[in-house]
Write a protein that binds this ligand. Structure first.
Ligand SMILES: C[S@@+](CC[C@H](N)C(=O)[O-])C[C@H]1O[C@@H](n2cnc3c(N)ncnc32)[C@H](O)[C@@H]1O
Length: 327
């Protein structure tokens, strides 16, 4: 299965879930993104990454030049059916890393010069060995931003999904075999290498977003809490783990390996910051993080600055963004 097919299947599964406990999350997500759309400069394009079928996006508030970006081939149609609006769309992987991951997977699973499959254990080791040489480069996203100069970008609950999409892609390619080491006392080199790949993909995307100059409205899973123990959220603080309150020890997964968005975007001014719990399903509670970022808080550098091989001169535009023009 390729990544498009996988995203379509995952999205169908997501929409088929029992949503009785989602009301609070959906209300908060829609009001957060609604605020981002309301505050967006209507004269400039807006980009929505991970737009999906718009369950969390109040498209009625989106300025005319708003574009959705989602790799699920059905996402635009789903958005049109839900919101009665046919909007510009980019289909495809915005990390730039999934096509290369797919071809590497096939290379590892197939014996050279034949159509025969390598034994799963050897293919998993081979993949673990090759993964460190793959460096996702979000160049399509960077090119789109350079061309359209969006004033606002919404990152709609997708960053925390990248690792699980990579896991599902590997599992689908290995089926019916299992790629992971089942004994928890043994190291799983493939799982570790895939986590490191996800960390590089996240860094690539967030690096492009940080340099975009656009206001950023990010909503993502900050942690996934497994099990049915009662959990409450303490007062908002920088370190997310410090907010979790439970009488029992918690099993917590990190869907953003190596990324602390608060730290990564520390040079930006903060427009909004909040966290809440989302009971996604039985035994699965997500800690959501909503973070809105304005222009860079750094002073505008003096003199020409080198940016992507061109000599450009920095200046503050009317909305206070750091912008560049050819020197
Ligand atoms: C949890 S859903 C977000 C739901 C969406 N915000 C909504 O309002 O319906 C994540 C979305 O991100 C998309 N996605 C995941 N990884 C992607 C990638 N690498 N490139 C493009 N889209 C991706 C999925 O297809 C899915 O629609």
């Amino acid at each position: 299965m390729n990544v498009k097919g996988l995203l379509a299947r995952e999205q169908r599964a997501y929409l088929r879930r029992n949503r009785s406990e989602w009301k609070d999350h959906l209300g908060r997500a829609r009001s957060f993104f609604g605020e981002g759309l309301r505050r967006a400069d209507p004269a400039r394009p807006v980009l929505i990454l991970g737009a999906g079928t718009g369950l969390e996006i109040p498209w009625a508030l989106a300025p005319p030049m708003t574009t959705g970006w989602d790799g699920d081939p059905w996402s635009r149609l789903g958005t049109a059916l839900r919101h009665r609006r046919w909007v510009p769309w980019v289909f495809g992987d915005f990390t730039g890393g999934f096509p290369e991951l797919e071809t590497t997977l096939q290379r590892c699973l197939t014996l050279p010069g034949t159509l025969q499959r390598r034994p799963a254990e050897r293919a998993a080791l081979r993949l673990a060995g090759l993964l460190p040489s793959l460096t996702p480069d979000a160049e399509a996203l960077q090119a789109w931003i350079a061309l359209h100069q969006p004033g606002t970008i919404l990152v709609a609950n997708v960053l925390g999904q990248l690792g699980s999409v990579a896991d599902r892609l590997v599992e689908a390619a290995f089926r019916p075999a299992q790629p992971w080491v089942s004994d928890p006392d043994h190291p799983d080199h493939l799982a570790e290498a895939l986590d490191a790949w996800t960390a590089r993909a996240l860094q690539a995307v967030c690096g492009v977003l940080r340099d975009s100059g656009a206001d950023l409205w990010l909503l993502h899973d900050r942690a996934v809490i497994h099990g049915n123990d009662a959990v409450e959220l303490g007062p908002l603080e920088e370190a997310w783990a410090g907010q979790l309150r439970s009488a029992a020890p918690l099993e917590v997964g990190d869907p953003l390996p190596g990324l602390d968005a608060l730290d990564f975007f520390r040079d930006r001014s903060r427009l909004a910051f909040n966290r809440w719990l989302w009971p996604v399903g039985e035994g699965q509670l997500h800690l959501m993080e909503a973070l809105a970022l304005g222009p860079s808080a750094r002073p505008v550098p003096e003199g020409p600055e080198r940016f992507e091989g061109l000599i450009l001169e920095a200046h503050s535009n009317t909305s206070g963004h750091l912008a560049f023009r050819r020197a």
